[in-house]
Write a protein that binds this ligand. Structure first.
Ligand SMILES: Cc1ncc(COP(=O)(O)O)c(C=O)c1O
Length: 439
């Protein structure tokens, strides 16, 4: 009998309801997603999504690369390719990773359909039902959707302003072992974390790798934002310290454009072989056209200069967001990211970020409730604000609207419950920074 029951009939909405595999049970549209359909109306300022600001990429850079590819390598670009990816691009990916201290061989790079697909492939290779993936709490929502679709459990380890807390990781591993659980990997986003905005310190990178090595736990290092730093570069990648125990994921989605759907995995030899087979089984080969255009772009355009342009755009928007929070919502607390797209905000105690969202959308501002980023329903006191897509002026308007919503909620609480503390109390063990944690 499946989780959905044994009946042969479907239901009114879906005649195949009882036919789905158990692993499909986790693939449900959330209520939040329905609201986001409303939030995409132009009058709503969305601080919710994670869309890169691709308008900062001059179209000619792409058009020129596409034209040259089609003129010089058209039949190859339009053909199936290798399941591992275009060799020239894999060599160029080594140059990109070298910027974060990684030395590797192109044989160990597997090009995927975005890093999202690399997450899917690694999960497919490693996860059986009941296995545990350890991740930061909070963590990237669509990675958790994949882990759950392989019927794995996600165990959240707390973080603070320096990233994942090594001592807590040790404790969690021990507790999971005592409970007889099989831990398959640590999924971590060390740089400009999505959604927390924090960066794992160098000392902790070393310590966490030591802990994982000692416990025979693979590290899945997901690094889409590392090159999008503001004031100073993030510490070198964890993969720069350890080859055999780390699968590193990169992508061109944030430093170029997500529409190409090109990312990659850098994996130890044995895992890499299996990844190629899994990639072939899933897509035959990643898009030859996209790969060749990116390869041409990297060979002929000033791609590092373009990354600098993106950095400038996002830095200005991050400043706009933090200034607006200072001005309109000084009673809240938030992280101050040195790169990436996201700020993690802690609401006053008793406010519920999910319950507040419909009212926010009515006020024409959208955010992502913290609950989306925990597998266990935590995060009610948090919201993720993205500064990547709206302009600085829109961000200001959005935060002003959000302030109205927060004040109205607090008024309601005071009226009906005689309470409404503005004290952003820290929930024990979770990442709710106190005001003096904030730089
Ligand atoms: C942490 C993280 N990992 C992976 C991805 C997937 O990126 P892509 O598939 O576009 O490379 C994203 C996208 O937002 C992300 O934030």
């Amino acid at each position: 009998m499946t989780a959905q029951g044994s009946s042969q009939a479907g239901n009114n909405l879906d005649p195949w309801y009882h036919h789905y595999a158990e692993r499909a049970a986790g693939l449900r549209a959330s209520e939040v997603r329905a609201l986001f359909a409303v939030a995409s109306r132009p009058e709503v300022v969305s601080l919710a999504g994670g869309m890169p600001f691709v308008a900062a990429l001059p179209p000619d850079l792409v058009v020129n690369a596409m034209e040259r590819v089609m003129r010089e390598q058209g039949p190859v670009a339009l053909q199936y390719g290798s399941g591992q990816g275009v060799p020239a691009l894999r060599e160029q990916i080594l140059e990109v990773m070298a910027l974060e201290g990684i030395r590797a061989h192109a044989d160990d790079v597997v090009v995927t359909t975005g890093s999202q697909h690399a997450l899917e492939l690694v999960s497919k290779l490693f996860l059986d039902p009941g296995d545990v993936v350890i991740s930061e709490g909070p963590s990237y929502v669509t990675a958790m959707v994949i882990f759950k679709s392989y019927q794995a459990e996600v165990d959240h380890v707390p973080m603070d302003e320096h990233g994942l807390i090594p001592e807590a990781l040790r404790e969690h591993i021990q507790q999971l072992r005592v409970a007889g659980k099989t831990i398959k990997f640590l999924y971590t986003i060390p740089n400009f974390h999505n959604p927390a905005g924090v960066t794992l310190s160098w000392e902790r990178r070393i310590e966490i790798l030591e802990i994982c090595r000692a416990n025979n736990i693979l590290v899945l290092e997901d690094n889409p934002y590392g090159l999008l730093y503001f004031d100073k570069p993030a510490p070198d990648a964890m993969r720069s310290l350890e080859q055999d125990g780390v699968v590193y994921l990169g992508t061109f989605s944030k430093t170029l454009a997500p529409g190409f759907r090109v990312g990659w995995a850098l994996a130890p030899h044995a895992i890499r072989e299996k990844l190629v087979l899994a990639n072939e089984a899933a897509v035959l080969s990643p898009s030859s056209f996209s790969q060749l255009v990116i390869s041409e772009y990297l060979a002929t355009a000033d791609w590092k200069g373009q990354i600098n342009t993106f950095r400038g755009v996002y830095h200005e928007r991050k400043d706009a967001l933090l200034n607006a929070l200072d001005e309109y919502l000084p009673e809240l607390t938030w992280t101050n990211p040195n790169g990436g797209f996201y700020v993690w905000v802690t609401l006053p105690q008793l406010l519920n970020s999910k319950a507040m969202l419909p009212r926010a959308v009515k006020e024409l501002v959208a955010y992502t409730p913290g609950t989306a980023f925990f597998a266990d329903g935590d995060g009610q006191q948090n919201i993720r604000l993205s500064f990547c897509y709206p302009t600085p002026a829109e961000i200001r308007v959005g935060v002003r609207r959000l302030a109205t919503v927060v004040r109205d909620e607090l008024d309601l609480l005071e009226t009906f419950a005689g309470t409404g503390s503005l004290d952003p109390l820290r929930t024990p063990g979770r990442f709710n920074p106190l005001p003096n944690d904030i730089s």
